[in-house]
Design a protein around this ligand. Sequence first.
Ligand code: AMP
Ligand code: ZN
Length: 113
Amino acid sequence: MKNDCIFCAIGENKIKSEKLYEDENCFIIKDINPICKYHYLMIPKMHYATIKDMPKGQAEVVGKCIALIPTLSKKLHLENGYRLIVNQGEDAGQGVMHLHIHILSGQKMNFIV
Ligand code: AMP
Ligand code: ZN
């Protein structure tokens, strides 16, 4: 937990938010500013900013989290395909420096690569 981190605060229920999924490793919320019909954030509970900052063992944890996304297909409207985005640092426009995976779904995506 990092004190001034919004995603840590949500993870620890210090800020109220609807969690669509939660386990010991990660949780999923709706993005507050959706860029797509459905826009979720999968957030590992451990605080670190980017992949290069990952503590030992976290690559496996994040891999496990990603692997469960297809099991949430119906709930997250992923049946017709979806896109995962992980912004890393300034050039990518990363706004929240706590690693997270955007999950976009529910429409054709010809707006970004
Ligand atoms: P990024 O630019 O990859 O760091 O994405 C951060 C994302 O977090 C943005 O899409 C924001 O809309 C989203 N966001 C910021 N604060 C909240 C919040 N309290 N609840 C849900 N989503 C948030
Ligand atoms: Zn954090």
